[in-house]
Ligand binder design. Structure first.
Ligand code: AMP
Length: 327
């Protein structure tokens, strides 16, 4: 079975955008492929987080992914820093990574612009660490969004270059895996754009009923349709997109008809949307809270993950050491 690896950034709670845009597909993929998921805690050090924040966010992520349906018995879920072999491969890859090409990576250039006071070497070599994460398991596929495409190109380049330098056919080039042909964009409730943590418009899977309701009732709308069957402006389209994700077809059609015949009351639509988002999130939320309290189980998941990932990585590193010329 093809191997799939995916890193999870430890950046706060999961929101509906993360769920529908990524996690839901991970849950499906674990049945179809030989999947491994890891929490990219080494990557997160580029922004110098506080130690207690790292610990807390690892726990949060674990609980949330488990609550969404990742089964650690099927797909190991490990913490990157538990697998030291990754660092060794990172070092070998860095020896063959050139300053010029690393500096040209778009996400690096963006970071330089955004945080000119913290342009560290970890940021520069982010693509080689990501390549090490993937190549250490000789993964076939990596589920990534558009923003990671260039890093995937670098991973393929580093794999090819390693093979060429050492005159071996060792690493295969990992493919980017796209969940669907049409990328899902979960919109925010502020009239335009996507839902996101940094956009400040996210509905989190752990949000309670009152919080969800407050967020949805504040959603941007307009003064209503002025013509029969008119096209919906973006803010209204966004509400319907969310409705499509969490409600049944009947409910969606009911409000769509009301919009088209100009009888819609946005207050009713929002109440329904809030109620359906809550119905969708409530069981996940309950599981998140349960998992978060079950420290023993979380530790077990991390241990199982570390063991599976270390086994796979150790085999690669042993072979790579031979190729490079070490014992
Ligand atoms: P982020 O936490 O913003 O780095 O997002 C992690 C992943 O979640 C992204 O690579 C996307 O696959 C997915 N994602 C985040 N926000 C959205 C959104 N609004 N719509 C669809 N997918 C999203």
């Amino acid at each position: 079975m093809e191997k799939v690896i995916s890193g999870i950034r430890p950046t706060g709670n999961l929101h509906l955008g993360n769920y529908f845009g990524a996690v839901k597909s991970f849950v499906r993929m674990q049945k179809e492929f030989n999947c491994m998921f890891f929490i990219a805690d080494w990557h997160s050090l580029t922004t110098h987080p506080k130690p207690e924040n790292i610990r807390q966010s690892v726990k949060t992520i674990l609980a949330e992914y488990l609550a969404c349906g990742i089964d650690p018995e099927v797909a190991p879920l490990y913490v990157q820093s538990d697998v030291k072999e990754v660092l060794e491969l990172y070092l070998y890859l860095n020896m063959n990574a050139y300053l010029g090409e690393l500096e040209r990576v778009t996400s690096f250039k963006e970071k330089v612009r955004k945080q000119p006071d913290n342009v560290n070497a970890g940021l520069l070599t982010y693509p080689s660490l990501m390549a090490a994460d993937i190549l250490v398991h000789k993964a076939d596929k990596v589920p990534v969004g558009k923003d990671q495409e260039q890093n995937m190109e670098m991973a393929r380049l580093f794999a090819r270059r390693f093979n060429r330098i050492y005159e071996v056919e060792y690493f295969k080039e990992p493919e980017s895996y796209h969940f669907t042909n049409k990328a899902i964009k979960v919109p925010g409730l502020d009239g335009s754009g996507k839902m996101g943590k940094s956009e400040g418009n996210a509905i989190y899977l752990v949000d309670d009923e009152a919080t969800i309701k407050k967020k949805v009732m504040r959603a941007v709308t307009d003064s209503g349709p002025t013509m029969l069957n008119q096209e919906k402006p973006e803010a209204i389209k966004n509400l319907f997109t969310l409705l499509e994700l969490v409600s049944d077809k009947q409910t969606y059609d009911y409000f769509d008809d009301q919009y088209n015949n100009m009888t819609i009351r946005y207050g009713d639509l929002k109440k329904q949307l809030a109620s359906d988002i809550n119905a969708f999130c409530a069981p996940i939320r309950e599981r998140i809270l349960d998992f978060q309290q079950n420290e023993e189980y979380l530790q077990k998941v991390i241990r199982m993950g570390a063991q599976a990932a270390s086994e796979s990585a150790a085999k690669t590193i042993q072979e790579v050491r031979q190729i490079v010329g070490f014992r």
